[in-house]
Ligand binder design. Structure first.
Ligand code: SF4
Ligand code: SF4
Length: 188
């Protein structure tokens, strides 16, 4: 696996260390396309995971349900094919986008907003002090993590934003980013 991807997976594991405790009793996750970075798509293809390509530059897991002629997709936002019995069957291999959750990305005009999904049971269970710690960790993470992958990820989210109608959810804003000459920079 690409060294930087390995490193970013390692760092992201420190963001929400006790989250699995909340996840055990929650069943709302993983209704998602499973968007993949290009490097991840290549790794997952080697493993034989089903992947679809959209518009020649967007890749996601093929969790779609088709009609009986196998022509038309019948579900809009699928539940990931790897989600079974409230667990992720590929937890150790899961994509970066899944590792970041409940961090979510939104776009407002030309800005990218990084925030926390306030519908996540884990986030709702945090006391204000704990939430402050999480916010600080997120800021440090986005400053210290391998920037090439972070930039690729934001570009991926931007392409997703251009082709999809965003799901509505409550989000607490933590960071704003702006793109300058192809590079996303934090607005301090
Ligand atoms: S919404 Fe939050 S608590 Fe629930 S399964 Fe997803 S990450 Fe876990
Ligand atoms: S890969 Fe795992 S964590 Fe990611 S959406 Fe699928 S089931 Fe959920």
């Amino acid at each position: 696996m690409n060294k930087q991807l390995k490193e970013i997976y390692r760092l992201s594991a420190q963001l929400f260390p006790n989250i699995s405790e909340s996840c055990k009793d929650c069943n709302i996750c993983c209704k998602t396309y499973g968007w993949l970075l290009k490097q991840e798509m290549e790794e997952f293809l080697k493993k034989g995971y089903p992947i679809v390509e959209i518009n020649k530059n967007l890749y996601c897991f093929d969790s779609f349900i088709r009609d009986k002629n196998n022509k038309r997709i019948t579900n809009q936002i699928p539940r990931c094919l790897f989600y079974k019995k409230r667990e992720c069957l590929i937890y150790k291999d899961r994509p970066f986008d899944c590792r970041l959750y409940p961090i979510k990305i939104k776009f407002q005009r030309n800005k990218l907003i990084i925030g926390l999904n306030l519908e996540c049971e884990y986030i709702l269970s945090l006391r204000e002090e704990e939430k402050k710690k999480v916010r600080r960790k997120i800021i440090v993470f986005f400053k210290k993590a391998p920037q090439t992958i972070i930039n690729d990820y934001f570009n991926l989210m931007e392409r997703v934003h251009f082709i999809s109608k965003p799901k509505s959810f409550l989000m607490e804003k933590i960071i704003e980013m702006e793109k300058n000459k192809g590079i996303w920079k934090m607005i301090e």
